[in-house]
Design a protein around this ligand. Structure first.
Ligand code: NAD
Length: 359
């Protein structure tokens, strides 16, 4: 198929190209200038060679996983950029999941006060979410994503053929963010995800490209309207407040973030019903069915047995209060009224939350 294109209308606009094989186009975006490829040790042997025009570019492969989102890793990447002789006209090409994208974006925004980054996401989660929008960050001992910048990429290449090698659970995690984005985007995208469910599970690269492009369109519109998360971009936190509570209660790293987001969506819908906000009464059952079909857990009970974690209601409420996006005291929720109609800044009292978590 011809690549699908989505333009992101940020202050410095850029194009996202989506489809099987698009990684071979990334070299053109890096330009004639020197480039460095940042990847991780899992992705390098599987997909590095797909960056065909960048065969000669030096490569740095970090340890896979969240531990590479550290200031130490930023330093390592910056030193490698200097050793490779990158200058202000050079580009960093980030080939990997959200970890590589966040680390690479941050290093590129710091090197010589900022050089271009070309994002080449290789997990479904990074393709539908992390690679677009310009948020970069690493973790501090005090919490996740506490040190970062906004640095929009020069271009994004989303190659859905690379998803063939993605571990099952990482695919499911990507579906969590996909369903979230469809709920924000509206009926057409949610219908498309439902209709394509079997082909998505079979990792059909064309079906994945159609759905990822739908998600990128939604994210691009949200980001263009609020580049620095001053207000409306909060809609992207749908399901996340609950997901953070789940991850906090389970112990970070036990449950993949996107899987927790999937359950978080079901909880956000339960909250919407309980608080009298829900207008589309059929939506919770519809979302539950889709979550199940795509390998996610619509209930806390399902998460408890799949990951062998207690997830007590009390520790979930405590985790919700701990969420850095909440405000002091009562947590504020993002909940759907209907498909494509999301309510921001909904206050929730402890009693309502306890009931939702206990259900
Ligand atoms: N910047 C943003 O807007 C944003 C948004 C969402 C998430 N994030 C960040 O993204 C990170 C999570 O990203 P992730 O879920 O992609 O995790 P990840 O980058 O750790 O990748 C998950 C695993 O899959 C492996 N992998 C990647 N692509 C593969 C492929 N094609 N085949 C086989 N294995 C592959 C990786 O090596 C890793 O082991 C978190 O740190 C989160 O904070 C950032």
């Amino acid at each position: 198929m011809e690549p699908l294109a989505v333009d992101v209308a940020t202050a410095a606009p850029y194009r996202v190209q989506i489809g099987p094989g698009v990684l071979s186009l990334a070299a053109a975006a890096a330009g004639d200038a020197r480039a460095l490829v940042l990847t991780d040790a899992n992705v390098e042997p599987l997909h590095r060679e797909r960056l065909s025009g960048l065969a000669e570019a030096p490569t740095v492969a970090v340890e896979p996983g969240e531990t590479s989102k550290s200031l130490g890793a930023v330093e390592e990447v910056l030193e490698a950029m200097a050793t490779a002789g990158l200058d202000r006209t050079s580009a960093l090409v980030a080939l990997g999941g959200g970890v590589v994208g966040d680390l690479g974006g941050l290093a590129a925004s710091l090197y010589m006060r900022g050089i271009d980054v070309v994002q080449c996401p290789t997990t479904l989660l990074a393709q539908v979410d992390a690679a677009v929008g310009g948020k970069t960050a690493v973790n501090l001992a005090a919490g996740k994503n506490l040190a970062g910048t906004f640095h929009q990429p020069r271009a994004v290449f989303v190659d859905t053929a690379v998803l063939a090698t993605l571990p099952e659970e990482e695919l499911a995690a990507g579906f969590g963010e996909t369903i979230k984005t469809a709920l924000i985007g509206g009926e057409e995208l949610l219908d498309k995800v439902e209709a394509a469910a079997d082909r998505l599970l079979a990792r059909d690269p064309d079906a994945l490209a159609e759905v990822v492009a739908g998600c990128v369109r939604v994210k691009a519109a949200v980001v263009a309207g609020d580049e620095r998360e001053r207000g409306s971009r909060k809609v992207l936190n749908l399901g996340h407040t609950f997901a953070h509570a789940i991850e906090h209660a389970a112990g970070y790293g036990r449950i993949p973030h996107g899987v927790a987001v999937g359950t978080g969506l079901a909880l956000a819908l339960a909250a919407s019903r309980r608080l009298g906000i829900l207008e589309d009464g059929d939506l919770p059952a519809r979302v539950r069915t889709l979550l199940e079909r795509l390998g996610l857990c619509p209930t806390l009970g399902g998460l408890r047995s799949r990951y062998d974690v207690p997830l007590e209601p009390n520790s979930l409420v405590a985790g919700l209060r701990h969420d850095k996006k909440g405000r002091a005291g009562a947590p504020f929720l993002v909940v759907p009224r209907a498909v494509g109609a999301i309510e921001l800044d909904v206050p929730a009292d402890g009693e309502a939350l306890q009931a939702i978590f206990g259900a």
